[in-house]
Design a protein around this ligand. Structure first.
Ligand code: HAM
Length: 438
């Protein structure tokens, strides 16, 4: 840094020890206007699909009491152990939400929805926060769009949520979409499977990555989805949950697959999918796009979490959902940066005295639903017209002393040069600066 900037003239965004002060924190970024067209498209389509399937929007706080996530997501998960942004005020510890399922369940219990209409479907979208290692397609503030269907244990609800995510991702145009399904059993059959898995892995313990060596004792199921090539090779030879299900879980899995087949969803069963949050039981699913590149190619995931409501003190009513990563979907679509949207008009003042009329005319057009801009800096006529071009205005609306006297403006179609006079009172009418008029 010292070589770049003379010490007596540091740029204002460097502090005295050379730290960048005016930079977004690592793992966060600004979403720029030209990027947001793609974001708004993705979010708009998602909203549309969510509501077709009967989901209603629910907005929960950006932060919650930390113990909601500690208990809900699980103490021995990466998210809770290493990635939560926590802070305390007074006696309580809070956390920025690392995901939203626990918050939605908290709201369901808090509002006692089980006692009025038990089966509820909610969608949400917004930022989530995880202090993860910075990597391509991985952010510390990222965005999710998700749904949670709470109040049913029926396998057709699992299938319905999966088909929704699948249809949405296909509709958005995600290429090489991979949809994977698995089951991880329930509180009745999983403990025995876990023990079996541990026993089968112990002889190969030395070959595991250090992370998985720890997992062997603390969270053995997670061994199955380790991305390290050595661990992944071992995982393929280990016992599979699907072969060790209790009767209820076996029947549930068959029913989910039957419904997905009937709905003609293109998916495959991947026995190595176990998910990174502790609340799941039975169905789990993931959506990915290998074309995204890098190891972070999961576009979304979800599953059933029947145990979470009782765990948090709520009714035992069953729940299932998924969340999609908006950042990654936008990146997978590779949408080109958008040009600024065309503006209906740019109002140009020829002289100082016309500026007030220009302000009023712009206001009148805006209230009539037209988009327009005008100069606030006292620029010359030439510069105002140049600015109108730069902003992509469809028309210029010019007011000078002569026009002012007659209460008219000169309206010119920028592309063709076609020009006519329009009375001030008619500017915001269809015959004035309306989309088709000159
Ligand atoms: P998750 O798998 O942790 O599940 O996150 C879902 C999706 O969010 C991921 O597949 C990924 O696309 C995106 N995502 C996660 N972390 C990051 C990150 N650091 N940077 C960018 N994108 C990221 C959940 O959060 C569960 N709540 C899903 C769920 C809903 N299960 C049931 N209901």
């Amino acid at each position: 840094m010292q070589g770049l900037f003379p010490l007596n003239h540091p740029p204002p965004w460097l502090d005295c020890i050379g730290m960048a002060l005016l930079q977004a924190p690592v793992g966060t970024r600004d979403l720029l206007p030209e990027e947001l067209a793609a974001w708004r498209h993705v979010e708009g389509r998602s909203r549309d699909w969510f509501e077709r399937y009967g989901y209603q929007e629910l907005r929960t706080p950006l932060f919650e009491y930390a113990d909601l996530f500690q208990r809900g997501i699980g103490e021995v998960t990466d998210i809770v152990e290493k990635e939560m942004y926590t802070f305390s005020r007074g006696e309580r510890l809070y956390a920025l939400r690392p995901e939203q399922t626990a918050s939605i369940v908290r709201a369901y219990i808090e509002h006692d929805w089980a006692s009025t209409r038990r089966f509820r479907k909610f969608w949400y979208m917004g930022p989530q926060f995880r202090h993860e290692r910075k990597q391509r397609h991985r952010y510390r503030q990222f965005y999710q769009m998700g749904v949670e269907a709470i109040g049913s244990t029926s396998p057709t609800v699992d299938a319905e949520t999966m088909v929704l995510a699948w249809r949405l991702l296909r509709d958005l145009g995600v290429r090489d979409l991979v949809t994977e399904l698995n089951t991880i059993g329930c509180a009745a059959c999983r403990p025995a499977f876990r023990e079996r898995l541990r026993e089968a892995t112990i002889p190969r313990q030395a070959e595991l990555c250090p992370h998985c060596q720890r997992r062997l004792e603390r969270n053995v199921l997670r061994l199955l989805d380790c991305k390290e090539p050595g661990c992944a090779a071992i995982a393929r030879e280990l016992p599979r949950v699907v072969d060790h299900l209790c009767e209820g879980c076996g029947a549930h899995f068959d029913a989910v697959r039957g419904a997905l087949d009937a709905l003609a969803v293109e998916y495959r069963v991947n026995p190595l999918i176990v998910r990174g949050l502790d609340y799941y039981s039975r169905t789990v699913c993931e959506f990915s796009s290998p074309g995204l590149g890098g190891s972070q190619n999961a576009l979304g995931g979800g599953g059933r979490y029947d145990g979470l409501l009782p765990l948090l003190g709520g009714p035992d009513v069953g729940a299932v959902g998924f969340a999609l990563g908006t950042d990654r979907i936008v990146e997978a679509l590779g949408a080109p940066l958008a040009a600024p949207p065309a503006m209906d008009a740019y109002v140009v003042a020829v002289d100082e005295e016309s500026r007030r009329d220009c302000l009023l005319l712009a206001e009148r057009m805006r209230t009539a639903g037209l988009s327009c801009e005008l100069d606030h800096e006292g620029r010359s006529l030439q510069k105002q017209l140049r600015q109108a071009h730069r902003l992509g205005a469809l028309r210029s609306v010019v007011v000078g002393p002569e026009e002012r006297g007659r209460r008219v403006a000169r309206v010119k179609v920028m592309e063709t040069g076609e020009e006519r006079e329009v009375a001030f009172d008619d500017l915001a009418r269809p015959e004035g600066v309306a989309p088709r008029g000159p």
